[in-house]
Design a protein around this ligand. Structure first.
Ligand code: NAD
Ligand code: MG
Length: 399
């Protein structure tokens, strides 16, 4: 494996921490060049100290001061870069070979896009970037020759089951011989909860995922299954696959991470523990397989694997995601931005769980009624994202 210097965007998050864990297992081939965080600056300082990062990126001057205050006397400070522009510019730094895009939300889009533009190996966890800017992102990867490796466990599983022959670029058409992608979903904590009880569920109940430990935003998305909706859109872009050829399958055990169905009747699946270090290690090591720290799956103790159809009445956010993908890119930007605001308001207990899908639906209806020309640039995408956020915030506050 070639030596890689990694820039971890969002290093203090769930994916960021798992990424540093895998990197630390391979000191001869993997090193940390830069780290970024938006909050928990003391944790960032501890990470920079442990990894010997040359650069850290923080959002503002108060964060810079907190970082310096947390740094032990007598140790050389890393270079501290400040602000959103520095976050993106560091991705293009000549010292960086690999970028882990693990910021949560559309806030991570400019930096992920900068990494793609600079032709780096891009490990993409930040699914919202692809939902908001799928066409632009994939074109950028194609034009720059960047390597794109999906880290979201389902897409990583699909990638592993695809006939890619060692290539990790941007697909322009569905792979030959592939009939459908089968995207598995756990169904989250409310898969069997009585529908009338959903109005009263709390943020902590929504974040108590049965199989995965993740950040709070993606945990709520898993409860509503909007996460699976975002993943359908993500799969559409990553594998150039039309919506009709992507099937969501509820699989409560989360052991089969997704599957590829072939024209000859074969279905290839990737199985493993629900631990993100497996897809992260796959992305870092590609095309080699490297140790991740994840234990093996004891097949004989699994007992059974169940598969069910998703219930779109129980999970209206899944239906809304299909509608957004059919309607086009502006609707996908809107779906994601409205959801980010609604989930944030739910986590702050300003709205009920069941309002999340209603707010997204109102934002989507408003968007579909508009006439618009293309969304070709990052600036246009970010403008629509910001405008949708302000409309969705108003809807949250009249509740
Ligand atoms: P998290 O909330 O645990 O961490 C988010 C990270 O992003 C933190 O380091 C935070 O400081 C940083 N951040 C937050 N807002 C920011 C902003 N405005 N600007 C710059 N940085 C900001 O999230 P996570 O669970 O690690 O998820 C990260 C991404 O990976 C998400 O897009 C998520 O959908 C995706 N993902 C996560 C998992 C998982 O297991 N956690 C699985 C698949 C995909
Ligand atoms: Mg996933």
């Amino acid at each position: 494996m070639k030596f890689q210097r990694v820039y971890v965007l969002g290093s203090t998050g769930s994916i960021g921490v798992n990424t540093l864990d895998v990197i630390a297992r391979h000191p001869e081939t993997l090193s940390v060049y830069a780290l970024s965080a938006y909050s928990r600056i003391e944790q960032l300082a501890a990470q920079a100290l442990a990894t010997g990062a040359a650069v850290v990126v923080v959002p503002d001057e108060p964060a810079r001061r907190r970082f310096t205050a947390a740094w032990p006397a007598g140790r050389t400070l890393p270079e501290i870069r400040v602000g959103a522009a520095a976050l993106a510019d560091t991705a293009a730094d000549s010292q960086v070979s690999t970028v882990m895009a693990a910021i949560v939300g559309a806030a991570g889009l400019p930096a992920a896009l900068a990494a793609a533009k600079a032709g780096k190996r891009v490990l993409l966890a930040n699914k919202e970037a692809l939902v908001a800017a799928g066409a632009l992102f994939m074109k950028t990867v194609r034009d720059s020759g960047a390597e794109l490796l999906p880290i979201d466990s389902e897409h990583n599983a699909i990638f592993q089951c695809m006939p890619h022959f060692g290539r990790a670029g941007a697909a322009t058409h569905p792979a030959k011989g592939v009939r459908r992608l089968l995207l598995t979903a756990s169904g989250g904590p409310f898969r069997t909860t009585l529908l009338e009880k959903l109005t009263d569920v709390t943020p902590d109940q929504a974040c108590a995922h049965p199989n995965w430990r993740m950040g709070r935003k993606i945990s709520v998305d898993s409860a509503t299954m909007l996460n699976k909706g975002l993943e359908v859109i993500e799969a559409h872009w990553l594998f150039a696959m039309p919506l009709e050829r992507i099937q969501v399958v509820v699989h409560p055990q989360s052991m089969v991470h997704s599957m590829v169905e072939y024209d000859d009747g074969s279905i290839l699946a990737q199985l493993g523990q629900p631990d993100m270090r497996t897809p992260i290690a796959y992305g870092l090591g590609f095309p080699e397989r490297i140790a991740s720290g994840v234990g093996l799956l004891a097949l004989t103790s699994l007992g059974r694997l169940d598969f069910e159809e998703p219930n779109l009445d129980r999970f209206p956010c899944l239906r809304l995601s299909f509608e957004a993908l059919r309607a086009g890119q502006a609707s996908c930007v809107t779906l994601n931005a409205a959801n980010e605001i609604a989930v944030d308001c739910f986590l702050k207990q300003k709205i009920r769980y069941t309002e999340i899908s209603r707010i997204i639906e109102r934002c989507l209806h408003r968007e579909v009624g508009r006439v618009r020309s293309g969304l070709d640039s990052l600036e246009e995408i970010l403008a629509l994202d910001a405008e949708t956020r302000s409309f969705a915030s108003q809807l949250c506050h009249v509740k």
